[in-house]
Design a protein around this ligand. Structure first.
Ligand SMILES: Nc1nc(O)c(N)c(N[C@@H]2O[C@H](COP(=O)(O)O)[C@@H](O)[C@H]2O)n1
Ligand SMILES: [Zn+2]
Length: 348
């Protein structure tokens, strides 16, 4: 038996599901303050009434205005109201990407508008109501879940992540193809009307968390986060691709082979792996959550530029991230340049 998610007030748990939640929708080129404004105005043919509702300052005022003109509701309203509501919901969740991911994240749970006052759109307070709003929300959820790029990742939850350099918001996703748990760290107001500064950072436990000098990862992570703070906004995608996709223990095996003289590519290949096993196609889903289509990408790795471009993301600028070169990783960085195409100078 699936759980029931009950919602009602916009400022309470799952409030985004309410038509009173402050998310504008565009219908036939007209922007409505909320889906409630559009729904209530749709009850009337008289333009003076629809105009008053359109200009209502709040969804509550739009609702109250509709009640004042109750005697002038269009004669066919009972026959069309479900389709009007469905149209409003499809607009709301197709025009607000994060709402769509939050809705899909409710999974197979039953959605119920918990309203003692409404036994048609709501559950009647005791579950005896028709809950048509919940039913239509579950229909829209099913439609979205079957659409690209919702098939790439499933949003789970977000939380604040304070760091010395600033407070980021951490967003957790599950990559549907592999079950891997990836994280996006967003900072500031993400303005998707211009290219967003981002970093695709592949997990490197040794570099990111154990202060390793064998690679440049930890230095790049630190610099990328600082760049985002200095820029004022941006997103770092922290991708669970340890060891260029071969995993931590195989990376230790690769390091052992390198301790015996192999280079970073030869070691991977001796273990039976390709030089680089990573994929980035699912990043399209994480970027879609933020509504991001144009990016300034912090990387030295052309594969990341090409992969995002192939996924339909417009990489308008590559921002070099040359950090942390030292005697312990100099040869590694030279091989990344020579054999993996990284845009790094070779320094002997
Ligand atoms: N397989 C493998 N062998 C090595 O010698 C390595 N240093 C790594 N490191 C992994 O590479 C990724 C970062 O590389 P990019 O700069 O993003 O190309 C990251 O997954 C490290 O764990 N892997
Ligand atoms: Zn590393």
């Amino acid at each position: 038996m699936n759980n029931v998610i009950r919602f009602y007030e916009p400022d309470q748990s799952y409030g985004f599901l309410s038509n009173f939640a402050e998310y504008p929708i565009i219908v036939d080129g007209v922007e409505w303050h909320t889906s409630e404004h559009f729904y209530q105005a749709s009850k009337f043919m008289a333009r003076d009434i629809t105009s008053q509702i359109y200009h209502a300052a709040t969804p509550t005022e739009a609702f109250q205005l509709s009640r004042e003109y109750d005697r002038q509701v269009r004669s066919d309203w009972e026959q069309i109201k479900d389709n009007v509501m469905l149209r409003a919901l499809r607009c709301k969740f197709s025009q607000h990407n994060q709402l769509a991911y939050w809705l899909v994240a409710t999974g197979n749970n039953i959605l119920a508008e918990h309203s003692f006052k409404d036994s048609y759109w709501g559950d009647g307070g005791d579950g005896s109501g028709l809950n048509r709003l919940g039913e239509l929300l579950m229909l829209v959820r099913e439609e979205l879940a079957g659409q690209h790029p919702h098939q790439l990742v499933r949003y789970v939850e977000s939380a604040q992540l304070p760091m010395d350099m600033g407070t980021f918001t951490m967003h957790g996703f599950v990559e549907k193809k592999t079950g891997k748990e990836h994280v996006a760290l967003s900072y500031g107001e993400i303005d998707t009307k211009k290219p967003v500064l981002i970093r695709l950072h592949s997990e490197c436990l040794t570099g990111d968390a154990l202060f390793s000098l064998r690679c440049d990862c930890g230095f790049q992570l630190n610099k990328a986060l600082k760049n985002i703070v200095e820029h004022g906004n941006g997103v770092l995608l922290y991708l669970r691709q340890e060891g260029r996709g071969i995993g931590l223990l195989n990376k230790i095996r690769a390091y052992h082979l390198q301790d015996e003289g192999a280079d970073t590519v030869e070691a991977n290949e001796k273990l039976g792996f390709a030089a680089d096993m990573r994929r980035y196609d699912f990043c399209k889903g994480i970027l879609h959550y933020f509504g991001i289509n144009e990016v300034k990408l912090m990387t030295n790795n052309p594969r990341k530029v090409n992969s995002l471009t192939k996924a339909g993301i417009n990489v308008v600028e590559r921002v070099p991230l040359r950090e942390g070169r030292n005697p312990y990783n100099n040869n590694y960085l030279n091989i990344k340049a020579r054999k993996l195409g990284h845009m790094l100078d070779e320094i002997v």
